[in-house]
Design a protein around this ligand. Sequence first.
Ligand SMILES: [Zn+2]
Length: 271
Amino acid sequence: MRVHVISDMEGVGGIVKPEQTNAGKPMFEEGRKLYTQEINAAVRGAKAAGATEIVVMDCHGAGEGFTFNSLVAEDLDPACEFVVQEEWAGYTEFLEQGCDAALFVGMHAMAGTRDGVLNHTVSGVDWHNLWFNGTLVGETGINAALCGTWGCPVVLVTGDDAACREATELLGAGLTTVCVKQGLGGRSARMLTPARARDLIEEGARNALSNLSAVEPYDPGKPCEVKVEYKSTGPPQRLRFQFGVELLDDRTIVSRADDWWTAWKQFFFAA
Ligand SMILES: [Zn+2]
């Protein structure tokens, strides 16, 4: 069994402040350790479920050299391999080769979710809202659509209660979720201790991988329309001559194609 662990940092237990997730801040070192240990918990669970190949892909843009490179390599479980990519969704090889399931660890809720700890979509500075064929989505939706492009189902999502709720609404009741904190606001939460969170994630990963057909691979639909409402007029202006992209108004673009991945590629990597 081949398992992809796709991860973000804001949804990790013990993390609640931006200073824990941004490179260059003293608290970032603590955040990286908490993050790495949650990944290890998912790896242990996958291994216990019979995974023979486990590849971890960090999708957190911490800034500086830590972007997509926040895990403490020295502390990672030897049962996994890990990818440091240059751009988010830039690494697709493991999915292309055929992956049995994905586990999403440390996810946060979409921008505008009141009880979502550190909630945002892609960029807190530039992005306001994102839709796939009319459905409002966050980063779980993006990563799930990426997996779904190659037929890989997402069977586990961990994060705060808001991220788990968002994931279940999108992917269905068959999804296993592990809630490690209850957001009280964007930068406050009632949390499990990291040790307890890791136990639950290990158990959740093992259980989720025992039934790979519990969740269908996610497909936003064909043809596919990706709509982004930005916070300012700059990003749409930079995309105005991009093939397949139309400006709906000064802050909103729509990218249309036969399938989600084509629609995503034709604007996301160009912006
Ligand atoms: Zn992140």
